[in-house]
Design a protein around this ligand. Structure first.
Ligand code: LLP
Length: 433
């Protein structure tokens, strides 16, 4: 399910060798495969074909303009969470009428902008938000389409920091309160009740929690749909991907074994959910982010030093937690493989660390890796989702470049940030001059 593979000793993205890309564009570097992106989107879209549906890509996972354009060209809509994201959709050539707007803290300014662009629906997360949307819509003489995000209180069994569908989380409106909220909202003149939405968490590697949540919400959605003439039901995103082939799929060749039952695939997802959803006769929205883009991207980094202490073998690389924060933040696993593979199968237990002054600045701990030295390149896999977008300028490091590959073509889709631009919007307070 991705297009990164070895040809002989060289790692390739589609038909371009990674070493040629780092030679051309420098390091560290994010590299995305357009074919993988397209393939993931299309497989999901086809699996849902028995339903009237819209795939609204959760662009928070990766909002690069070229990634967005690829998905917009395939007919995708977008799940946005800020005015900035909606502006990005429009700048990338996407259709605001295919956008849903989520998030617990929409400001009046954001609501106004989204209403003016004619988005498909606000996915509202509280009653005060509905009142605010109604007020802004009245001022603009518009009717705002909304869907309540129901919190079904189902534990998705994923990492605590990415669980969103239990009452411990700030998201959505509690299952028991939803009917009352719709009843009150139906009295507001500038609100149109267009649907219902839910999202239970991210990186779900099993179908069961999706099934349980949909089963729990189904009676509610059919009742409300009949009462308020809904158009849609959004089942959110959260489809997990394989990060660690040994653990997540039971097979190192997971992408070559489509029959592998342990992997969440578009087919396994759809075969569980389509029969449940079909009788609703509603348009079904899904909001996948990671599933589309996660395995479509890698982060390539250069080995600067190898430092052996009494206890550890530290591989010090030029990428850092400011480029990919997931290991530091969620303890997450990213597979690490060499860009040029040696003949020896011998490995050495290594910590792969960045140059930032924090102990948390690591990509792997005690990982068996081939022996590497200064000037070698490593690829961190599955870095397409929540990688670049969560990047920062910590330690005054510039945001790194991003490249898109399509067949034998490659193009820079984000330039490496010039260091001076990091502080160009700062100034010296007048009394310090
Ligand atoms: N819809 C809503 C309302 C969401 O909050 C999210 C993700 C998605 C869709 C997309 O979820 P996905 O299909 O990508 O799992 N930074 C974390 C993930 C945070 C996810 C936040 N919400 C990570 O790196 O794992």
């Amino acid at each position: 399910m991705h297009d990164f593979h070895y040809v002989g000793s060289k790692l390739y993205c589609e038909r371009v060798s990674i070493d040629s890309l780092v030679k051309k564009y420098g390091s560290p570097l994010y590299i995305y495969s357009q074919h993988t992106l397209t393939d993931h989107f299309t497989k999901l879209d086809l699996a849902l074909a028995p339903l009237e549906h819209l795939v609204c890509y959760a662009m928070k996972a990766n909002s690069n303009a070229s990634v967005m354009r690829t998905l917009a060209n395939l007919g995708g809509g977008f799940d946005v969470v800020s005015e900035g994201e909606l502006r990005r959709v429009i700048a990338a050539g996407g259709d605001a009428r295919k956008c849903v707007f989520a998030g617990v803290g929409k400001t009046e300014g954001e609501i106004e902008y989204a209403l003016r662009q004619g988005i498909y629906s606000f996915n509202v997360e509280s009653e005060p938000e509905i009142i605010r949307i109604n007020k802004v819509a009245a001022r603009l003489k518009k009717v705002a389409p909304i869907a309540v995000r129901v919190n079904p209180n189902v534990d998705a069994g994923t990492h605590a920091k990415i669980t969103t569908g239990t009452y411990e989380n700030k998201f959505g409106i509690a299952f028991e309160q939803v009917e009352g909220v719709y009843a009150r909202a139906s009295k507001l003149k500038n609100i149109k009740l267009r649907g219902l939405q839910m999202h239970i968490g991210s990186q779900l590697t099993k179908v069961k929690p999706f099934e349980l949540a949909v089963e729990k919400v189904l009676p509610l959605v059919s009742k409300l749909a009949a009462k308020y003439k809904f158009e849609f039901f959004s089942i959110g995103g959260g489809l997990g991907i394989v990060y660690n082939p040994a653990l997540d799929s039971g097979s190192a060749e997971w992408w070559q074994s489509p029959g592998n039952k342990q992997i969440l695939t578009p087919a396994s997802y759809a075969s569980a959910l389509v029969p449940l959803l079909q009788p609703l006769n509603l348009r079904i929205l899904i909001e996948p982010g990671r599933f589309i883009v996660g395995n479509a991207g890698i982060l390539v980094t250069r080995v600067e030093y190898v430092k052996r202490t009494g206890k550890k073998n530290f591989v010090i690389v030029d990428a850092a937690m400011n480029d990919l924060i997931r290991p530091a933040f969620y303890d997450s696993y990213h597979e690490i493989i060499p860009v040029l593979r040696g003949k020896s199968k011998a490995t050495i237990s290594s910590d792969v660390v960045g140059p930032i002054c924090e102990s948390g600045d690591y990509f792997a701990k005690d990982r068996p890796l081939p022996k590497v030295g200064e000037g070698d390149y490593l690829a961190l896999l599955s870095a397409g989702a929540y990688g670049s977008v969560m990047g920062s300028n910590y330690n005054s490091r510039g945001l790194i470049a991003e490249v898109l590959v399509n067949g034998n073509k490659s193009a820079v889709i984000r330039e490496r940030q010039e260091l001076e631009t990091i502080w160009e919007r700062e100034s010296i307070a007048p009394w310090l001059k």
